[in-house]
Design a protein around this ligand. Sequence first.
Ligand SMILES: Cc1cc2nc3c(=O)[nH]c(=O)nc-3n(C[C@H](O)[C@H](O)[C@H](O)COP(=O)(O)OP(=O)(O)OC[C@H]3O[C@@H](n4cnc5c(N)ncnc54)[C@H](O)[C@@H]3O)c2cc1C
Length: 459
Amino acid sequence: MDVAVCGGGNAALCAAIAARRAGASVVLLERAPAYVRGGNTRHTRDIRLAHDEPNAAATGSYAEEELLDDLLRVTAGETNRPLAELTIRESKSLASWMSEQGVHWQKPLKGTLHLARTNGFFLGGGKNLVNTYYDTVERLGVRVVYETSVVGFELRERAVQAVVYERAGAVERLRCGAVIVAAGGFEADVDWLKEYWGDAAGQFRIRGTPYNTGLALKALYEAGAKRIGDPRGLHCIAVDARAPKFDGGIVTRIDAIPFGIAVGADGARFYDEGEDLWPKRYAIWGKLIAELPGQAAYAIFDRKSIGGFIPSVYRPLCAQSIEELALVLDLEPGALVRTVTAFNDAIRPGGTFQPGSLDDCRTEGLAIPKSHWARPIDTPPYYGYPLRPGVTFTYLGVEVDAGARVIDADGRGFDNVFAAGECMAGNILSRGYLAGFGLTIGTVFGRIAGESAAAHVRA
Ligand SMILES: Cc1cc2nc3c(=O)[nH]c(=O)nc-3n(C[C@H](O)[C@H](O)[C@H](O)COP(=O)(O)OP(=O)(O)OC[C@H]3O[C@@H](n4cnc5c(N)ncnc54)[C@H](O)[C@@H]3O)c2cc1C
């Protein structure tokens, strides 16, 4: 076999398409069974694309410079600038390339955080994207093997000779001319997370696939690949505590926090719920909750806020008084009543509540202020969501060059090892997040990795 692709999500599929279209024979090894194939890509909805004029995917224009500025802002400048610029430049051709692979576009859904200009929404969401790409790779003649976990690489000098994989309890090897690793991060390995987060990680909900345990990433490190990214780095948001341990996806996200208050298990507030617009702040709440005792928090609001935010799949718990709500949520009633009373009393009179902008509704005199959207919690029924940290992905990965070639600890490239997607995204997105940019990096580097691997085996 010319090219072995490890993984079965967006980056792997784009790599397989590109390698096959460039003339290589390709096998794709997906750890998951077919019915849950596609990794975290199954949960996605949109991809960020630079463009000079409206296209099938997005409205208006979004210049390369503007996207770069957005990236530099969220990463505080910590990015591999040439790779970032390459990704952004290449993103301009993705809408038409994706269409060529069978992807269709749709208008952005309501409640998608104002992304119509910057992001393209693919019809049918991530599951359809994944199914479309699988149809395409199979039509092109890529051999897809499910329930196959890549666990190692046999190396000679700087070249992989064979991929080692586990399938149906047996360990086997597959000889190949080049390998592309696109097997996501390690967010589903809770023991690995505990190395950096301690026992707190035991309470985390993993929003995506249980198959991203970093086995292939570990195998790359064992082969000598250079690490990139903060091992403790996570994209982590507030999700409903009733969410399943894995694969809850987007519907478990709780967006109620700016509409009321958030308290810990002691019934006390712990952070400014109105610090900034929610799209700019939602991604800090997972880590805030991860730092609390028991990793438990509660979003508290009243009837006025129902209908104001995107509902989650779970109904909020409900009661006619704050005392009763505390009992329903298993909080100490006196503590929650004191917190709500102090909050209500501290609200500056006369503000005009405007959820879409930084309004003038704020508290005064509290040790932890609420800077915007502060309205008294005084209208029954009262509601509460139990919250836990929900991990989207990890940032730790391997260093690559502009050809998606994996770099080793000495700073030299492997001859025939390439990486794409979440396992190398840390080169560009070292921290922070730009909605839809995970897919941008995975699609751009998937294509590059596929072309590089095919060029290597043809040389
Ligand atoms: C709920 C949720 C919503 C998201 N929404 C968006 C969005 O709208 N836009 C966006 O850009 N990003 C979004 N993301 C982030 C997004 O998932 C990623 O950026 C992107 O899909 C990652 O693609 P990937 O191919 O690198 O990894 P994945 O899609 O996770 O694929 C990894 C693949 O590797 C396989 N695998 C793992 N280990 C092995 C192994 N040892 N051997 C073989 N196969 C293995 C897995 O089974 C899986 O198929 C979201 C994430 C989540 C969790």
